[in-house]
Ligand binder design. Structure first.
Ligand code: FPP
Length: 238
């Protein structure tokens, strides 16, 4: 599928999936229809990520700020998430896709938490691609949790402040163990991070497209990878 040389393929791509509501509005459909179409785009993108050889794909599905949305929209999103896991888990298990969650998903209803725990356990040994789904995730919340953990360890005497390095922090992030983030994509024309992967974006390339999320697919992911392959990444050097 890919003619991008392997060396310039990003190892880890993250996507802010934005524009479901606008997609629905343009079609005079309810917002729920936009989210439903968004799930189809998720399926196409996960398939393409695996075919293109990405080691990790991280999707911003529900932020810690999304609780502010109307109750019926939250319940639509939860229902979609549930159906997505129920219908696609066997495929992930068979296709060597490992599911991972970033964010505190234990805040969700017990039936969803149980479904997620089962999906994590069933795919834990898979190796081809890690699909991380951000659920009740916010980067400031993640960094606050990490800071509290380090402060506790300092108070307990198991770590001295001068021994704290960037690696100490990275190892405690929800993304610990994943490859460094190479490419961040945001759809719908917005150009902000919205509290997503603030630490992890340090050296990520940023790709913005006007496409609304439900219109995203393997072809658009490939276009982002082609763009990425042209970038000259210097990591602060010259
Ligand atoms: C942004 O569109 C999208 C979301 C807040 C949710 C993303 C969720 C999905 C694609 C479906 C569930 C995901 C999985 C992994 C099964 P918006 O509603 O903010 O759009 P707008 O800015 O146009 O209103």
């Amino acid at each position: 599928m890919s003619d991008v040389p392997p060396s310039s393929i990003p190892r880890h791509v993250a996507i802010i999936m934005d524009g479901n509501g606008r997609w629905a509005k343009r079609r005079h459909l309810p917002r729920a229809a936009g989210h439903k179409a968004g799930v189809e785009a998720v399926r196409k993108t996960v398939r393409a990520a695996k075919e293109l050889g990405l080691e990790a794909l991280t999707l911003y599905a529900f932020s810690s700020e999304n609780w502010k949305r109307p109750e019926d929209e939250i319940s639509d999103l939860m229902g979609l998430m549930k159906r997505f896991i129920l219908s696609d888990l066997d495929k992930f298990a068979a296709e060597d896709v490992r599911l991972h969650i970033i964010g505190d998903y234990t805040a969700f209803k017990p039936d969803i938490v149980a479904l997620i725990d089962d999906a994590l356990a069933r795919t834990a040994g898979n190796k081809a691609t890690t699909l991380s789904v951000a659920l009740n995730y916010g980067s400031q919340d993640e960094l606050t949790r990490v800071t509290r953990g380090i402060a506790r360890d300092v108070a307990a005497g198991s770590i001295v402040p001068d021994a704290i390095t960037a690696d100490t922090i990275a190892a405690r992030l929800d993304t610990a163990g994943l490859p460094p983030l190479d490419l961040l994509i945001r759809t719908s024309g917005e150009q902000r991070l919205s509290n997503f992967l603030l630490w992890q974006c340090a050296y990520a390339e940023m790709y913005f497209t006007d496409l609304l999320w439900p219109d995203f697919d393997g072809g658009t992911l490939k276009a982002a990878l082609d763009w990425f392959a042209m970038r000259d990444r210097r990591y602060g050097g010259r």
